[in-house]
Design a protein around this ligand. Structure first.
Ligand code: SAH
Length: 280
């Protein structure tokens, strides 16, 4: 794959700490925010005693999963995720629906989980981190079309559908595409569209997008994929081998900066690799 020469590279492996003094915090998209009050993350109440009681109550799995989800949100906040719209979106998606029954009790742990076909569902922190970066770096020029490459079981796509006006998620393995359809059937997300295709090929024909989020790793970011970003758009992807980092690339807002792409490297991560072609 081609290298990406015009990137201005900055390294920022730290936590998601955009505060009012951070110039990036001013680059917020004008939609998809403020569903919760800005300080809502800090007000997630932790009641371990109550949570344990609910978790043990097998007659009430709905309440138990609500409590476990609250606990997961508390952990994400402690890990430095501060974007209220991301925390709110995660709060709305029942993660246990997306994993095998045998793993449902582990659905709210901060861990990657197997979803079959040798693929994994990313740990909640990585989902939250990827989406926080996408929102933090996105420009007010960006509109509302988000692309995920790598639907897997559909969990991150469901979270994205609560953040972006329209999300398209592309998966290359037919069995996973079908599984995601099944997992999402009861969640009623009319603004989420699932596609069975090679994500890189599909993106080249169907852009531009305001946001491109890759859920599978690349050794380098293909120029062709960056060209599918709208002006002011952001791509977030796991990049590099053997050391892989979550990388965000932002396209300039207007000409001539629109042909410039600014890259920042963040957390060390371990994603499954992007694979070419459709597997039926
Ligand atoms: N976001 C997913 C986890 C994805 S795991 C979730 O929430 O469950 C990475 C996924 O990327 C796998 O399902 C894998 O099949 C898919 N993938 C890898 N290469 C791809 C490609 N070229 N196009 C589309 N999907 C791809």
């Amino acid at each position: 794959m081609a290298r990406v020469p015009p990137l201005n590279r900055r390294s920022n492996p730290g936590k998601d700490t955009a505060g009012p003094d951070d110039p990036l915090s001013r680059l917020q998209p004008r939609w998809g925010r403020s569903v919760l009050k800005a300080d809502s993350a800090a007000t997630v109440k932790r009641r371990p005693d109550l949570e344990r009681a609910l978790v043990d109550n097998s007659k009430n799995p709905g309440l138990a999963s609500d409590a476990m989800r609250q606990r997961m949100l508390g952990r994400l906040t402690e890990q430095g995720i501060s974007d209220a719209s991301v925390l709110d979106a995660i709060a709305k998606v029942p993660r246990h629906v997306f994993v095998d029954d045998a793993l449902a009790s582990r659905a709210y742990e901060d861990t990657a989980l197997p979803i079959g076909f040798q693929q994994t569902l990313s740990q909640p922190y990585i989902v939250a981190r990827s989406l926080s970066l996408a929102l933090r770096l996105g420009s007010s020029l960006a509109g509302g079309l988000a692309l995920e490459i790598g639907t897997g079981c559909g969990y991150q796509a469901a979270v994205m559908s609560h953040l972006f006006p329209t999300t398209v998620s592309v998966e290359r393995i037919e069995g996973l595409h079908t599984l995601a359809r099944r997992n999402l059937a009861d969640l009623a997300r009319p603004n989420l569209h699932l596609v069975l295709a090679d994500g890189l090929e599909w993106a080249a024909l169907n852009g531009p997008f305001d946001w491109i989020i890759l859920a599978a790793g690349l050794t380098d970011i293909p120029q062709g994929l960056l060209r599918q970003l709208r002006y002011g758009g952001v791509l977030v992807a796991p990049v590099g081998w053997p050391e892989q980092r979550l990388v965000a690339v932002r396209r300039g807002d207007t000409e001539p900066q629109a042909s410039e792409f600014e890259r920042e490297d963040f957390d060390l991560v371990q994603f499954v690799p992007i694979v070419k072609g459709v597997q039926r």
